[in-house]
Design a protein around this ligand. Structure first.
Ligand code: SF4
Length: 411
């Protein structure tokens, strides 16, 4: 059976799509272009109104790709509106991911990735350790689509990581919808990482660096003293790079978003992190033009962002998502104001990124070689890979002075 997987959305979806691919390969299938596939799986995203539109387009494209393929729609958008997708065409079916994997693989499997035995490993592998979310941010539908938070058995996660490390993987990304809420018995995310470090410490050929772990994204309220201490002491085996969603630097807007912190608490956390881990690279997500956001709120966001000196900012103009409390608010921000704030924030983000990269010039970092000539630093900057370095290897590089920034990207 020839199959194609269309992946949309977040890193957790990516890991789950890889699991679906691995299960189909293990069941004797082969990957093909959508035009030649007997089965097209669309792993959807519904985080914003925009994401929902992209998802529907992807399903239409899958239907047009060829006239006979079975089109299976799974993931967050399918969980929210299965009937809407099934009404698109008789060839469309919807399925929950766990059930889909069981059916495709012909046996019961979890939505965890399966080692592609004998196949080429991607340079970086994701392990999903958590799913669902117990928060209720007012712009978000993901906690509805994914349900309550749950965590994977720590022993199962460790076995999987050890298997990847033995197979030569040098960077493992821990992912989850609300990763920081990981909890297995009395084990927190920091506790899980400590066990992972210990279990994989002997999985390196002599002279080579050990596998390292990266935290995909963590909510500010979940960064505890144990995690800060681990980042400070693990000598880079837990990448000194955190993606710490801010969403707004205005305490008023954060309250309207039902985010469980205010701007001052966020800045205090960043100060604490920077004091303990001076090399830390911080990235974030910011929503601009959330309902009720005035110019003074946006100015507060810019202030917080300057203070936190992020190395990367994902800027999202607020996009109404039906079914969320924020979508029904009457104080929506006009599109041209949202676009203007997004542009101003992206300019600041670009300047801060250039400044952080320049600050790192002349320092040494272990980089993960992605392809011939291209590598990613621990701090998550792209650099040139040393000549002859093999994709997937971790090698030390002294960061060169970057070329002068010539333009601010439009998006
Ligand atoms: S933390 Fe908030 S934004 Fe993130 S998945 Fe949970 S409810 Fe959604």
């Amino acid at each position: 059976m020839r199959f194609a997987i269309v992946n949309l959305g977040c890193k957790v979806n990516r890991v789950e799509s890889d699991a679906i691919t691995a299960a189909l390969l293990a069941a004797g299938g082969s990957e093909a272009a959508p035009t030649d596939a007997d089965l097209i799986v669309v792993n959807t995203c519904t985080v914003t109104g925009e994401a929902e539109k992209k998802t529907r387009k992807a399903v239409h494209r899958a239907l047009r790709a060829n006239g006979h393929a079975r089109v299976v729609v799974t993931g967050c958008a399918a969980a929210i509106d299965a009937a809407g997708f099934e009404a698109m065409d008789p060839r469309v079916e919807t399925a929950a991911k766990g059930a889909l994997l069981e059916e495709l693989a012909g046996r019961a499997v979890s939505t965890r990735p399966v080692l592609r035995v004998g196949g080429a490993f991607p340079t970086r592998v994701g392990i999903k350790v958590q799913d669902g979310c117990d928060n209720a941010c007012t712009y978000c539908i993901v906690h509805v689509a994914r349900g309550r938070a749950w965590s994977r058995d720590a022993d199962e996660v460790i076995d999987e990581a050890v298997a990847y490390a033995r197979a030569g993987v040098r960077e493992i990304v821990l992912s989850g919808i609300n990763l920081g809420s990981y909890c297995w018995g009395d084990l927190t995310l920091a506790g899980l990482l400590e066990r992972l470090l210990a279990a994989t410490a002997d999985q390196a050929t002599s002279g080579e660096p050990c596998v390292r772990f990266r935290i995909s994204s963590i909510e500010p309220k979940d960064v505890g003293d144990d995690l800060v201490a681990l980042l400070a002491s693990a000598e880079g085996r837990v990448c000194r790079h955190l993606h710490l969603p801010l969403q707004s630097g205005s305490s008023k807007v954060l309250r309207h978003m039902a985010r469980p912190y205010d701007a001052g608490e966020y800045c205090t956390l960043v100060d604490r992190l920077r004091a303990a881990v001076p090399e830390l690279s911080l990235s974030t997500d910011v929503i601009v033009g959330f309902p009720s956001e005035g110019e003074d709120d946006f100015a507060a966001t810019l202030d917080v962002i300057r203070q936190c000196a992020f190395s990367k900012i994902h800027v999202f103009p607020y996009s109404r998502r039906e079914g969320t409390p924020a979508a029904d608010r009457v104080d929506q921000v006009r599109p041209e104001i949202k676009a203007d704030r997004a542009r101003r924030l992206r300019e600041l983000a670009f300047r801060l990124r250039s400044a952080d990269r320049a600050r790192r010039s002349g320092t040494s970092e272990l980089v993960l070689v992605e392809t011939a000539g291209k590598a990613t630093t621990e701090s998550y900057f792209e650099v040139e890979a040393p000549a002859g370095a093999v994709p997937g290897a971790l090698v030390a590089v002294v960061l060169p002075t970057p070329p002068l920034a010539v333009q601010v990207p439009a998006k």
